[in-house]
Design a protein around this ligand. Structure first.
Ligand SMILES: NC(=O)C1=CN([C@@H]2O[C@H](COP(=O)(O)OP(=O)(O)OC[C@H]3O[C@@H](n4cnc5c(N)ncnc54)[C@H](O)[C@@H]3O)[C@@H](O)[C@H]2O)C=CC1
Ligand SMILES: O=C(O)CCC(=O)C(=O)O
Length: 460
């Protein structure tokens, strides 16, 4: 096995040594980026059997190339609030890998967004998008803008300023953004409107997650949450279990959480708790998802207002205490690293049987170790939450055809994609010596699909 890069060209490094050497280079090149390094190691640590069987990946420097973005854009976003004050935020777009298709991935508006977070999300997106089997590369972006408490006009002005720069870098065959935390159909409408104005062209395919009345796909809003439940249902079936009759906890109460709750309830589960960034609610009779939908999607209120409609429910201020509530299935659907050691131990002590990651990287490294060492079934994010981007790719197809599929058609395709991803992960894990390990299966299957296409494209 011969590594191309001089700095790691030892005599004949083992696959393990090779991976460690590349990871060291990635660490040295990206100091102060803990989230990106965490996501990179999570993938790298699954790949030893792949490099043992495919020395050509080493020779062609695939691992080094895949962990360096093709392009990383950071830019100033200046905007004015309703009182006439000037604000400056930082916008980002990481165009990580376009081997399989145009860069594709959401935009996040959140005050904690950094270059490291954007890169971790963009890196994950490469492999997730590959797992969908659809022709999309990996990207991600956003801004450290806090939309909380801002008026519609302020949101509009921010989106217009953000898009004035971003529009130079995107296009239906170049890079196709969508939503993520803090970016829903309102923001996408403003962003798309500004893009159309700047380009003087109605390029519907430049964005996904649009309002269905305005070129969006039916079921895109529901797709990530529904898809997570479809994937977890497959995983449970493999062990003779199901959602039917189970107690479920879903963190968050945004786009992914709401539709994960809705589908879990439809599959016969009782969802007993959900949360937002200010606390969690526990309703032993089962969360009424329609109340959550109204509070969050229409009234834009905090989750504790749920108690005004359901007085038997309880509110807890510490959102991480949600993991201390006994449940059979936990679906972390809020944000990265929301389950650490304490949360994982509480879940295990209370007999949790399965975890489905609806959010990106919601379990930190220690939590994953604790859960998997205790034989908890584990559906990793890049497989379990791929339904959203899969329906985004279907939105791109519908926009190209200037046609719309019905909700039933899209939902059926989504369900099939999630079943295919599960089967691919299980078969790949088996083939590479890690039977039943969906983390290894997802990492290897996603990586191999991109690596094989990179070999065909030559060095670039
Ligand atoms: N929207 C999509 O299609 C996809 C989203 N994701 C991931 O899913 C996660 C959630 O995204 P969305 O639902 O789109 O965002 P959203 O903005 O609609 O909702 C996020 C929710 O999480 C809550 N939250 C934030 N931090 C929290 C914390 N520490 N504890 C509890 N709640 C917290 C917020 O209050 C909000 O209710 C993110 O990790 C995102 O990257 C993954 C795949 C696709
Ligand atoms: O639909 C998309 O393009 C992006 C979805 C996304 O951001 C994600 O999968 O994390």
């Amino acid at each position: 096995m011969k590594a191309v890069n001089e700095s790691i060209q030892t005599k004949e490094p083992s696959a393990h040594e090779y991976i460690k050497a590349v990871h060291k280079k990635v660490r040295d090149r990206n100091p102060g980026e803990p989230e990106f390094l965490q996501a990179a190691w999570e993938v790298f640590s699954s790949l030893q059997p792949v490099f043992e069987q495919h020395p050509e990946y080493v020779e062609e420097g695939i691992l080094e190339r895949i962990s360096e973005p093709e392009r990383f854009i950071a830019f100033r976003v200046t905007w004015e609030d309703d009182a006439g004050n000037v604000h400056v935020n930082r916008g980002y777009r990481v165009q990580f890998n376009s081997t399989l298709g145009p860069f594709k991935g959401g935009l996040r508006f959140h005050p904690t967004l950094t270059g490291s977070v954007v890169k971790f999300l963009g890196f994950e997106q490469i492999f997730k998008n590959a797992l969908t089997g659809l022709p999309i590369g990996g990207g991600k972006g956003g801004a450290d803008f806090d939309p909380k408490g801002r008026s519609d006009r302020e949101i509009m002005r921010f989106c217009q300023s953000f898009m004035t720069e971003l529009s130079r870098h995107i296009g239906p065959d170049i890079d196709v953004p969508a939503g993520d935390i803090g970016v829903g159909k309102r923001e996408i409408g403003y962003l798309f409107g500004q893009y159309k104005r700047i380009r003087n062209a109605f390029e519907a395919g430049v964005f996904t997650g649009k309002n269905p009345d305005n070129g969006g796909s039916l079921i895109r809003k529901e797709a990530t949450g529904y898809g997570t439940v479809y994937f977890v249902e497959e995983m449970l079936k493999g062990e003779g279990l199901s959602f039917e009759g189970s107690r479920v906890i879903v963190s968050g109460s945004g786009n992914v959480s709401i539709y994960a709750m809705e589908k879990a309830i439809e599959f016969g589960a009782t969802v007993v708790a959900c949360s937002d960034s200010e606390g969690y609610i526990y309703d032993p009779e089962g969360i009424d998802v329609n109340t959550v939908k109204r509070l969050k999607e229409v009234e834009r209120k905090r989750i504790y207002h749920y108690l005004e409609h359901h007085p038997k429910a309880r509110f807890g201020k510490d959102k991480s205490d949600i993991w201390k509530i006994p449940c059979d299935i936990a679906l972390p659907c809020a944000t990265q690293n929301e389950i650490g050691r304490e949360g994982a131990e509480a879940l295990v002590d209370n007999g949790v049987k399965a975890i489905g990651e609806g959010a990106n990287m919601p379990c930190d490294e220690e939590a994953v170790r604790i859960l998997t060492n205790n034989h908890v079934l584990f559906a990793p994010a890049k497989a379990a939450n791929a339904g959203g981007v899969a329906v985004s790719a279907m939105e791109m197809s519908q926009n190209s055809m200037r046609y719309s599929w019905t909700s039933e058609e899209v939902d059926e395709k989504l369900h099939q994609v999630m079943k295919n991803i599960y089967r691919n992960c299980i078969e790949t894990a088996e083939k590479y010596g890690a039977p039943g390990n969906l983390i290894a299966g997802a990492n290897i299957a996603g990586f191999k699909k991109v690596a094989d296409a990179m070999l065909e494209h030559g060095l670039n």
